[in-house]
Design a protein around this ligand. Structure first.
Ligand code: CTP
Ligand code: MG
Length: 179
């Protein structure tokens, strides 16, 4: 299939995850998901960067953007069909799970960073940018017939998008560090 179609299909699926990941810092959350507890290695389980408020806002924003896609599907899919491909038919449940997958992936990313001895906010190239994408596509694959290429394209593109977005978030003061 056409590379552009694959790109659009990947984007169609990942939008709720991008929204979830992008909105989490805006909650300025304080209540830690790990309740401040330590793991067996004496380090934080997840750290102060994973909060209930961030998780809640992420799921809300991700689902909201996904609902917008559900709403736009009847308008957009005929255009896609005209071009020669078909958009995934999303539902409120599937987009919620894509957002949830993103946040689970993000938490697993933080868990791994803490086990590696990296402090909250310390850079972990690729892991920082891709943890949520992995989680989102994994959860999406339970609902939608994803093509490997559309997933691979987003694994390649996301670090660039993420870097740009984080830089902007840092400048706006919602993100402590520019990554
Ligand atoms: N955030 C949150 N709750 C979540 C996820 C994210 O409150 N469940 C907020 C935190 O303010 C966090 C910011 O979003 O600092 C950006 O997330 P991320 O870059 O993943 O966190 P880091 O601070 O870099 O922490 P880590 O080292 O654990 O990745
Ligand atoms: Mg992270």
């Amino acid at each position: 299939m056409n590379l552009l179609f694959e790109l659009i299909l990947g984007f169609w699926v990942i939008i709720p995850a991008y929204a979830a990941n992008g909105f989490a810092p805006l909650a300025r959350g304080k209540r830690r998901i790990d309740f401040g507890k330590k793991f067996f290695d004496g380090r934080d389980i997840l750290g102060a960067g994973k909060t209930w408020e961030g998780l809640a806002l992420a799921l809300f924003a991700g689902t909201l953007f996904g609902m917008l896609e559900v709403y736009l599907y009847p308008t957009l899919n005929p255009i896609a069909l005209e071009a020669g491909f078909s958009l995934h038919k999303l539902s409120p449940v599937s987009v919620f799970f894509v957002a949830l997958g993103a946040m689970v992936g993000d938490m697993i990313g933080s868990f791994i960073k803490r086990r590696l001895g990296l402090e909250r906010g310390a850079p972990a190239p690729l892991l920082d940018q891709l943890d949520f994408v992995f989680g989102a596509f994994l959860f999406a694959s339970f609902f939608l017939p994803l093509t490997p290429l559309s997933v691979i394209l987003f694994l390649i593109i996301t670090p660039f998008v993420h870097y740009l977005a984080s830089y902007i978030g840092h400048k706006l003061g919602v993100k402590k560090v520019p990554w």
